[in-house]
Ligand binder design. Structure first.
Ligand SMILES: *Cc1c(COP(=O)(O)O)cnc(C)c1O
Length: 457
């Protein structure tokens, strides 16, 4: 397979040409999904006994298939949590793949893991966690949250014989990300949610705790706090959650998958005060640290506890801990064994641009949210639903039904114009469908925002 023939060279040039074209394009077309049958009709059989050839397969991808995807880095993609990977990071994603590094063990991946750890040290420093805290890159926030809750549960069970046959309970606000609820299901624990749309406070935690029976109180082992809810950008009271966890001897996990980027901002940093008291923190570099997918991160105050929970044993793995082979093994701290050195693209981009550029990019998104909120006040039929939090803007169009929001979303996408999706928010006790912006991409402009707001006429 490694005989380089002329076709491979030509294909490489073709692919590089595409990549250069794509990453230098700041306004990639919005694609629209079509059915599987329609896609099949357009491309025909692609997996055959003899192969259809690289040129043909690439042509199908470039001319047909990629056109039915929505580029997350389009500056008018303001839905969900968009992304805007730096060009440097995307290029280094190619280098990461081409270098074929096994990122699980130091013995095989030392040089690459070193780079990941350099980037990780900086991320850890943003959290303010004490010396000795450290983390690893995961496939995303979901895997990071799972790695954290497994560590928390194993630690809790190790604390007393009594805990070993108990099913655990995790406490969080009703705004916790869907992945938290899913991951708690995976570890077969129960979840107790405090109904709120605002920052979770100690008072609410105490009330929830006191409503539990004595048996259930003894099953509670962790609180998951939001540092930037996905829906509204709300940050729970970190200091108060930390206080509560200390008093009740509970693990404090902070889900900052989306919000973590704002730790870079000198203006926003104070809203996170108390995060430095967490036992573990999830941050998604593929959201607000401008890394390509898939790049999440889990950070622990005491990485040894994660190691106890996650280190995999096997006769074929023993060699990694023998003399001359030892070092930092990322597989010891999260759920995955074989892994690419997924922090490498981030490392290259950080090394190239420097931290200041990252801070500026995050501040730009925070500013865009404020600008959008101000612009919304200029339209009679538009109004803010709640104050801007981080880079999320929730607003509504007077007189619109859920169906109007849906049609507007689809039309914008079909017109290759924008992707802005509705969400729901409770207003005066009623769940209402509303519009939502989430800013990440520093290349989004005020004109883009105005054009989108104008489209709601
Ligand atoms: C995106 C997100 C997640 C899930 O992360 P993935 O990278 O999609 O797995 C978890 N929590 C929050 C708050 C998020 O915004």
């Amino acid at each position: 397979m490694h005989n380089i023939d002329i076709d491979v060279v030509e294909m490489t040039m073709d692919i590089m040409k595409y990549v250069i074209g794509r990453i230098t394009r700041s306004n990639p077309d919005m694609g629209l999904a079509i059915s599987e049958e329609e896609l099949k009709e357009k491309v025909g059989e692609t997996i055959t006994d003899k192969g259809i050839g690289g040129m043909k397969a690439f042509e199908l991808f470039r001319e047909v298939l990629v056109k039915h995807t929505v580029p997350i880095d389009n500056p008018k993609h303001l839905a969900f949590v968009p992304a805007a990977p730096t060009r440097a990071a995307i290029l280094f994603d190619l280098v990461t793949a081409a270098s074929s590094i096994h990122g699980s063990y130091w013995m095989e991946g030392a040089g690459g893991i070193f780079c990941e750890n350099e980037a990780m040290s900086w991320i850890v420093s943003l959290t303010g966690l004490p010396k000795g805290s450290f983390g690893v890159f995961t496939s995303g926030g979901t895997a990071a949250n799972l790695s954290a809750v497994v560590t928390a549960r194993e630690y809790w069970r190790s604390k007393s014989q009594d805990n070993q046959c108990k099913r655990g309970i995790i406490l969080c606000s009703s705004q916790a990300h869907s992945s938290v609820k899913s991951m708690v299901k995976i570890i077969d624990a129960d979840i107790l949610t405090v109904p709120t749309q605002e920052s979770l406070t100690k008072k609410e935690l105490i009330t929830a705790f006191e409503e539990l029976s004595a048996v259930d109180q003894s099953r509670l082992f962790a609180v998951v706090a939001n540092a930037g809810t996905t829906n509204a950008g709300v940050i729970d009271r970190m200091d108060e959650v930390a206080d509560f966890c200390r008093e009740k001897d509970l693990w404090m996990h902070v889900d900052a998958a989306y919000g973590g980027g704002a730790l870079m901002s000198d203006k926003a940093r104070k809203e996170f005060n108390g995060i430095e008291l967490a036992d573990s923190i999830t941050i998604d570099p593929h959201k607000w640290f401008f890394a390509p997918y898939d790049c999440g991160a889990i950070i622990y105050k005491n990485p040894e506890l994660a190691k106890k929970a996650h280190t995999q044993q096997g006769t074929y793995l023993d060699i990694f801990n023998q003399k001359g082979m030892e070092g930092f093994n990322p597989s010891d701290y999260q759920i995955q064994l074989t892994r690419r050195v997924r922090g490498l693209p981030l490392w290259f981009s950080l090394a190239m641009h420097g931290i200041d550029r990252y801070k500026q990019a995050v501040d730009t998104a925070l500013d865009l949210a404020k600008v959008a909120a101000e612009m919304i006040q200029d339209y009679d039929h538009l109004s803010l639903v709640r104050p801007v939090s981080l880079s999320v803007v929730l607003f509504k169009r007077e007189g619109w039904t859920p169906e109007d929001y849906r049609k507007w979303t689809l039309k914008n996408l079909a017109d290759n114009f924008a992707l802005v999706t509705p969400t729901k928010y409770q207003i005066d006790g009623q769940m209402e469908t509303i519009a939502r912006f989430c800013f990440i991409n520093p290349e989004t402009t005020k004109e883009d925002i105005k054009a989108i707001l104008d489209s709601m006429n």
